[in-house]
Design a protein around this ligand. Structure first.
Ligand SMILES: NC(=O)c1ccc[n+]([C@@H]2O[C@H](COP(=O)([O-])OP(=O)(O)OC[C@H]3O[C@@H](n4cnc5c(N)ncnc54)[C@H](O)[C@@H]3O)[C@@H](O)[C@H]2O)c1
Ligand SMILES: O[C@H]1[C@H](O)[C@@H](O)[C@H](O)[C@@H](O)[C@H]1O
Length: 336
């Protein structure tokens, strides 16, 4: 059975995912789209040549009879209401990160999903499907590095839009690392601290940038992440795991080495699209096949919640300048 998908939010990633579902992946089609900016929804349909209905509201799209699954790719603060509505309507839902911008919001989603009695939600934590991160995970799981003592990481974007404000450095950007490191380490966070450097002149007035996030896990692994969202030069994701028996670096994206005019150079990517293209394909194809089979297996609402609990502590730490505890409740049996 082809999974009929409705897309809420036809901006950058809404269009990227719609394109990959239409042109690259199998077993799904886009039948419905919606965006607060209706012109944008129509423009996307035209660009991709889709045979899909444009709905004036996300709610109407979710309730449409011919929609089996919903893709939520609108702005982060709007995700919760759409995911809750999709659960209520019994639709599978793939929600881009963050699941909700606070742990409280994620808790409401888990409560609704548990009440529905089956897993309906997958969160777009695509780094779990990235080849390089899987190489890191495999070597750590095989015990090749011994105990993981520290992780040094950096998350750099060339620029961010005007609507990007300081807490988004956590729930829009760092949220990737918050999920990735608990997955890599199979551990949860115990505390978080944030320190700001001198502000870059390239950041607009509502965002303090760059910043350093220091996390500690329950087993005592220390993690530092530089979040720098106006670095200008490119989209650059770095990760080094320091273990008792060795050190492993996340591979750089493959690129041509050019020797020319007295210089040796490699291109640096400018955004997330190419950097994680393969990972996006694998995660979404998995979602489609799992929805067909009636059993979702990808990152769950619990994973969205766990990242948000740590995210809340980081946002608090941005304001307080103190070390903030992260306290994770027990995982409900439903999510084991
Ligand atoms: N996994 C990743 O690496 C990745 C990459 C990019 C974006 N994202 C996530 O995807 C989401 C969208 O990001 P984007 O970069 O495409 O942003 P964008 O601004 O390009 O697109 C968002 C779209 O949502 C629409 N929108 C806003 N509020 C809405 C509402 N209430 N109802 C319906 N539509 C609404 C906007 O009009 C816009 O067209 C964000 O949550 C972002 O964090 C994830
Ligand atoms: O929505 C985007 C996306 O998730 C990117 O992967 C991240 O680097 C950006 O900081 C974020 O704004």
């Amino acid at each position: 059975m082809t999974i009929r998908i409705g897309v809420i939010g036809t901006g950058m990633i809404g269009e990227e995912h719609s394109r990959r579902i239409t042109k690259t992946l199998t077993d799904a089609e886009i039948v419905a789209v919606s965006d607060v900016n209706l012109d944008q929804a129509h423009a996307m349909i035209d660009r991709l040549g889709l045979d899909a209905t444009v709905y004036e509201t996300g709610q109407a799209l979710i309730e449409a009879d011919n929609v089996d699954a919903v893709l939520v790719t609108s702005w982060g603060q709007t995700h919760e209401e759409y995911v809750l509505a999709a659960i209520k309507a019994g639709r599978y839902v793939f929600c881009e990160k963050p699941l909700a911008t606070t742990a409280e919001g994620c808790q409401r989603i888990m409560d609704a999903e548990m009440a529905a009695g089956r897993r309906l939600v997958q969160v777009g934590f695509m780094r779990r499907y990235d080849h390089g991160y899987n190489l890191l995970k495999d070597t750590m799981d095989a015990g090749n590095l011994g105990q993981a003592l520290m992780i040094h990481a950096a998350h750099r974007n060339p620029t961010v839009p005007e609507r990007y404000v300081t807490p988004m450095a956590i729930h829009d950007t760092l949220i990737h690392e918050l999920d990735t490191f608990r997955w890599l380490l199979d551990d949860e966070y115990a505390s978080a601290q944030v320190a700001f450097s001198q502000k870059t002149r390239h950041a607009h007035s509502e965002v303090r940038d760059p910043q350093l996030v220091l996390l500690e896990t329950t087993r005592g692994t220390r993690i530092d992440v530089e979040v720098f969202v106006n670095c200008q030069y490119g989209y650059d994701i770095q990760c080094t795991v320091v273990g008792e028996e060795g050190i492993a670096h996340l591979p750089e994206p493959q690129s041509l080495t050019l020797r020319q005019a007295g210089k040796r150079s490699n291109e640096i990517l400018q955004d997330w699209k190419k950097r994680f293209d393969d990972a996006f394909n694998t995660e979404l194809q998995g979602f489609i096949h799992d929805a067909q089979a009636g059993a979702l297996k990808g990152p769950s609402s619990w994973d969205g919640f766990a990242a948000a609990v740590a995210g809340d502590a980081c946002v608090k730490a941005q304001e307080s300048g103190q070390v903030e505890p992260v306290s994770m409740p027990d995982r409900p049996d439903f999510y084991r």
